[in-house]
Design a protein around this ligand. Structure first.
Ligand code: S3P
Length: 182
């Protein structure tokens, strides 16, 4: 079945990037500035199960979490006028990556290893994929994920900017793109 594609003005905006880069904070700001609905995929899954993602991983396993993640992303990325924050591992699934690139505008929030490792202590307890890993294994995960995120519509390095600045910059860029396509 052929699926209807929305115009560039209507396409949802999807944020990708490594854990702790600020996807949720920035996506929320962009959504409120564009008067769009904000969707956080992890939050949707947490609401369904009434527990944090770490507990879902522990109780049901990662494969189960990934299936749920796919279900929610495929549902929302095809809808118009949303701003969606994806979990850092979602783009590892080809079905998710392909659907987002086809139906929405994918913005990759990038961060350097130096800047990210300053945040590690804030993330370690709440991110199951970081647990029981050595510093070298975490660095390997960081590097291998970068390759996955390289398929996107737009990329921004977040190291030296705050979420307000980043969200304003994204909105200005989106407006330019919409004008070019009008
Ligand atoms: C994950 C990232 C998390 C969450 C889950 C798995 C990952 O989301 O989906 O813990 O595999 O990178 P954030 O990127 O919002 O931290």
């Amino acid at each position: 079945m052929t699926e209807k594609l929305h115009s560039i003005r209507e396409k949802s905006i999807v944020f990708i990037g490594f854990m702790g880069v600020g996807k949720t904070t920035i996506a929320k700001l962009v959504a409120s500035k564009l008067y769009r609905d904000f969707i956080d995929i992890d939050e949707e899954i947490e609401k369904e199960f009434g527990m944090p993602t770490t507990d879902i991983f522990n109780k049901y396993g990662e494969t189960f979490f990934r299936e749920k993640e796919k279900e929610y992303v495929l549902h929302y990325c095809k809808q118009p006028l949303k701003v969606i924050s994806l979990g850092g591992g979602a783009f590892l699934q080809d079905e998710i990556k392909d659907a987002c690139l086809k139906h929405s505008i994918v913005i990759y929030l990038d961060i350097s290893w130096e800047a990210w490792k300053e945040r590690l202590h804030l993330l370690i307890d709440s991110r199951p994929v970081l647990q029981n890993k050595s510093p070298d294994e975490i660095k390997d995960l960081f590097d291998s994920r970068k390759t996955i995120y390289e398929q996107h519509d737009s990329k921004l390095l977040t190291d030296h900017s705050d979420p307000e600045e980043i969200s304003d910059y994204i909105i200005e860029s989106m407006k330019l793109a919409w004008e070019l396509h009008s």
